[in-house]
Design a protein around this ligand. Structure first.
Ligand SMILES: C[S@@+](CC[C@H](N)C(=O)[O-])C[C@H]1O[C@@H](n2cnc3c(N)ncnc32)[C@H](O)[C@@H]1O
Length: 202
């Protein structure tokens, strides 16, 4: 989907996604000492706003201007400040290293995933964290919701390979329970958490 299609998708009065942070973002990042962060493909800003509420200085990047407007509203409603920036994740570059980079359901074709992860790992300062949560390929056959095209799904192995040079802390297919009118369903996500080694000589 290009940015016009995403603008169209976001052009509802209601939020398209939940306004609460993703459960794995909350679980893995909630106890970190706040610093600087980039949320790439931030959408309506649910994760960025939550991080900002914890004291993080967040730059939330998305190529949809409509998503960013909704993110600004969400931030205002929560009385937090987030730096919303319009940018294309495939070419965006951080102006300086940050303590945390978040990619949350940025579902782009495999070749783009590799480019983006390759860029994103260079933005993490020594000791910092790169956090990836995304619809896993196995979700197509065995999970609920998510994109119907395997081409834009992630795998744990591919994500870990793309993050060579970082230390992998968590690399799992994570099960996420989705409440639906037919009862709870399980979605399968690629979850990878990596840290930039503090020892930069290796
Ligand atoms: C599934 S939504 C996830 C939004 C948010 N991260 C979340 O978890 O709620 C994917 C987001 O990626 C954005 N996106 C897709 N391709 C992009 C690109 N090439 N550059 C920047 N943003 C992009 C879309 O506009 C959309 O907001």
């Amino acid at each position: 989907m290009d940015s016009d299609m995403w603008d169209e998708r976001y052009s509802t009065k209601e939020y398209v996604w939940a306004i609460e942070p993703n459960q794995f973002v909350k679980e893995h990042l909630g106890s970190l000492t706040p610093g600087t962060a980039i949320d790439l493909g931030a959408g309506e800003g649910r994760n960025a706003v939550w991080l900002a509420s914890l004291g993080w200085q967040v730059t939330a990047v998305d190529f949809s201007a409509v998503a960013l407007e909704k993110g600004e509203k969400l931030a205002a409603d929560h009385e937090v400040s987030v730096n919303f920036e319009q940018g294309d994740a495939r070419t965006y570059q951080a102006s300086e290293p940050v303590d945390l980079v978040v990619l949350s359901y940025l579902q782009l074709p495999t070749a783009d995933q590799t480019v983006i992860l390759d860029h994103a790992k260079t933005w993490v300062r020594p000791g910092g964290i790169l956090f990836v949560i995304a619809h896993d390929e196995s979700n197509i056959e065995n999970g609920y919701g998510g994109p119907p095209s395997i081409e834009v799904c992630y795998t744990v192995d591919r994500t870990v390979s793309a993050l060579e040079g970082l230390d992998i802390v968590t690399a799992d297919v994570a099960e996420r329970t989705v409440e639906t009118p037919d009862g709870p369903q399980i979605a399968l996500d690629t979850l990878v958490v990596a840290t930039h080694p503090s020892d930069t000589t290796r």
